[in-house]
Design a protein around this ligand. Structure first.
Ligand code: CA
Ligand code: CA
Length: 385
């Protein structure tokens, strides 16, 4: 795009919509045509509602296995696949089939496709969207088509999967894995996510139960950028209270589609109370600069910068406040990657102006060492023309 990411900024008056509930939001986003559109969010919109506007709880999505007719129920699911009796093999049978069709019923409600050339912007300080999955995907497959989408000034809250999948072979003890991100960017270029808040409240991890000895995790990412996406900027957001924040690249083997793409900038974000992936990068380039990381005492803090296969994170001038129990070596996790640039990192409690060499700290505690050079340096462009 010659002028970068413009979203719906050139929308004609009849393509500017103000919406106050899910039905109006869906209607505004499904008005046909690719001419620029602006959707203004007023107040709180809950995605888990029926067409009549009444709230839907997880039980309202329970469906039956089409083969046996057996209805999904969480207690039945847990009884069926308890590793103590079922063993550590993937679930199969009526409850698993019923879980899948129930999940599809919820997905049909909360999945919100964002068309091209669109700006979605919150009006005022209280614009909030609860439980919606914003799916920015102009085309499926390995295309990386221009989405040209801007998302601004919205609080995204409690995007929760009612039907986590049980994977007994994920890690040494198994894991509950969930599907929905607040925002997914897939097969899409030119996306700007700016001045939003992402958080969990009613479904905070601390409030979730444990089943089979593992947290019943109902969240996936806050913002995931995958499948050949490119030219994505995530700026000036508050990114809070969540485990997996931002996956850039979802597969080590997606070299054909993702190599030389997945170029993502994260800047001026306030990041607090999160577990991991800020970001986790595979195959792409992440320019991660001027972010404020508050690494709080959490049982689940894993790392901030995930160095995945062929990832090229250029971390520049980031600031950390951490608990004393967290060393700067903990900020990095090597996940099949080999290199990362981290310059200008500062940490509260160090001497004034002292720069922390995070890669050296990591290398002192881990082998093999990471190369302290991601192999590129960002070039900033001014406005076109
Ligand atoms: Ca995801
Ligand atoms: Ca070492």
């Amino acid at each position: 795009l010659p002028n970068g990411t413009t979203g719906g900024s050139l929308a004609a008056a009849d393509r500017v919509f103000t919406v106050t509930n899910r039905n109006e939001l869906v209607a505004a986003l499904t008005v046909t045509g690719s001419a620029p559109r602006i959707v203004q969010i007023a107040g709180t919109i809950d995605a888990n509602v029926g067409d009549d506007g009444n709230a839907l709880g997880c039980e309202d999505y329970y469906r039956a296995d089409p083969t046996s007719g057996e209805m999904y129920a969480l207690d039945k699911f847990l009884a069926a696949y308890d590793p103590a009796t079922w063993g550590r093999v993937p679930p199969a049978g009526p409850q698993e089939e019923a879980r899948k069709v129930s999940a599809a019923a919820q997905s049909a409600r909360i999945r919100t496709r964002i068309p091209t050339n669109t700006t979605i912007v919150g009006l005022g300080a209280d614009a909030r969207i609860i439980g919606a999955w914003f799916d920015i995907r102009p085309a499926s497959g390995n295309n990386n088509a221009a989405a040209n989408v801007i998302i601004r000034n919205i609080t995204f809250e409690d995007v929760a999967d009612c039907f986590p999948a049980w994977d007994p072979t994920d890690g040494s003890a198994g894991n509950w894995n969930s599907l929905y991100d607040a925002i997914s960017v897939r097969n899409a270029t030119h996306v700007w996510i700016d001045h939003n808040t992402f958080r969990d409240r009613a479904t905070r991890d601390e409030r979730l139960p444990t089943y089979f000895g593992r947290l019943y995790q109902v969240h996936d990412g806050h913002i995931d950028v995958t499948n050949a996406s490119d030219y994505v900027t995530v700026s000036w957001n508050r990114i809070l209270d969540h485990d997996k924040v931002m996956l850039i690249g979802s597969s080590d083997s997606a070299t054909a589609s993702d190599r030389n793409r997945l170029r993502v900038t994260l800047h001026h974000n306030f990041i607090a109370g999160v577990g991991q992936r800020v970001p986790r990068v595979r195959l792409g380039q992440g320019h991660v600069y001027n972010n404020f990381y508050k690494v709080q005492h959490l049982p689940n803090y894993g790392y901030s910068w995930g160095v995945g296969r062929e990832s090229q994170i250029y971390a520049e001038n980031n600031f950390f406040i951490t608990d004393k129990s967290i060393a700067m070596a903990d900020v990095i996790e090597r996940l099949n990657g080999t290199k990362i640039t981290a310059v200008g990192t500062r940490r509260a409690g160090e001497k004034a102006g002292a720069i922390v060499d995070v890669v050296a700290a990591w290398n002192a505690e881990n082998d093999p060492d990471l190369l302290p050079d991601a192999g590129w340096a960002p070039v900033l462009y001014g406005p076109a023309g």
